[in-house]
Design a protein around this ligand. Structure first.
Ligand code: NAP
Length: 290
């Protein structure tokens, strides 16, 4: 069993970005700039925001954080997004999700300029990605692809099963791995809560690669996978003890895997690295550097 180490991979990708940025700055250009809008003070979101800001510093970017209270109205948030959209000194914009109940999340995503949508959630980017066109790819899914690429895990022609169909993880990774992309051309089955248990087991037991994003600790167990499987655990679940675990029963499943991601230190780190890649691309697009 080998570990797909998201920390090592993310650090390497971010170091490469920092070298490119240093060259751009030396040539007289400003630094890339990322803006984060954060509503409320949810503990998990706070830690994700801190990690994105820290990584942007390591990549050589500048960043700023705009905070709103939990009670913010949708209109106020959209007005702020429009200001950032119109600001030529910022390249990428993240609105940290989830948002409070009074805010329609899709209205907020739709308000972000597709050119600054480094999360890759805007319908324009999602649609372009689905059609195999140039787009900011959804960050977690893109991070998973980069991790597979870094470790030289073959994807082309492999049977991949994705468990969970959320718009931010399951759906985009299933599309990306089945598309004719640099990291793609797999045969993908997308499963969800309505997938009968027997069918799910049939699929996962034959899969070369299993990607799980359901948000249920220990969901994938040893009897669900075959010997030599590559297992990507997207889940981030906080137990009552405070311990962070994924969606895989790591102790039971890891011995059967050829490769497996740890939680923490796996996909989470790669999501942030992918955001940095998308920010650099947005910057390069702004200055016609790509
Ligand atoms: P989500 O929006 O709650 O989606 C969960 C998906 O799992 C849904 O599609 C749901 O099906 C499906 N599901 C639930 N129970 C199932 C079952 N018994 N069998 C098969 N499918 C089932 O969650 P998400 O946003 O994708 O996040 C999933 C997990 O990944 C969470 O732990 C989250 O914290 C984590 N996450 C991690 C990162 C990272 O960077 N590592 C990024 C994003 C999310 P239905 O559609 O039918 O409800």
């Amino acid at each position: 069993m080998n570990i797909l180490d998201g920390k090592i991979c993310a650090e390497s990708l971010i170091a490469d970005i920092a070298k490119k940025v240093a060259g751009y700055v030396e040539s007289g250009l400003r630094k890339p700039h990322m803006t984060i809008i954060h509503v409320g003070d949810h503990a998990a979101s706070e830690s994700y925001v801190r990690s994105k800001i820290a990584s942007s510093g390591l990549a050589g970017f500048e960043s700023n954080l705009i905070r709103f209270p939990e009670t913010v109205r949708e209109g106020e948030l959209i007005a702020c997004i429009r200001e950032v959209n119109d600001d030529p000194t910022t390249d990428g914009l993240i609105v940290q999700l989830p948002l409070p109940k009074q805010i329609n999340q899709q209205h907020i995503i739709n308000a972000i300029s597709p050119e600054k949508d480094i999360d890759g959630f805007h319908p324009t980017n999602f649609g372009r990605m689905t059609l195999g066109q140039k787009a900011y790819r959804p960050a977690t899914a893109y991070g998973i692809c980069k991790l597979l690429q870094y470790y030289g895990i073959p994807v082309r022609g492999k049977h991949c099963v994705v468990i969970g169909r959320s718009n931010i993880v399951g759906k985009p990774i299933s599309i990306m791995l089945s598309n004719d992309f640099d990291i793609g051309n797999a045969t993908v089955t997308l499963t969800h809560i309505e997938t009968p248990r027997e069918l799910l087991l049939d699929e996962t037991r034959r899969a070369d690669i299993v990607i799980v994003a359901v948000g249920i600790p220990g969901f994938v167990t040893e009897e669900m996978v075959k010997e030599g499987v590559v297992l990507i655990d997207v889940g981030i679940n906080r137990l009552e003890s405070g311990k962070i675990v994924g969606d895989v029963d790591f102790e039971g499943v890891a011995p059967k895997c050829s490769w497996i991601t740890p939680v923490p230190g796996g996909v989470g780190r790669m999501t942030v690295a992918a955001l940095m890649i998308n920010t650099l691309t947005a910057y390069q697009n702004n200055f016609d550097l790509a």
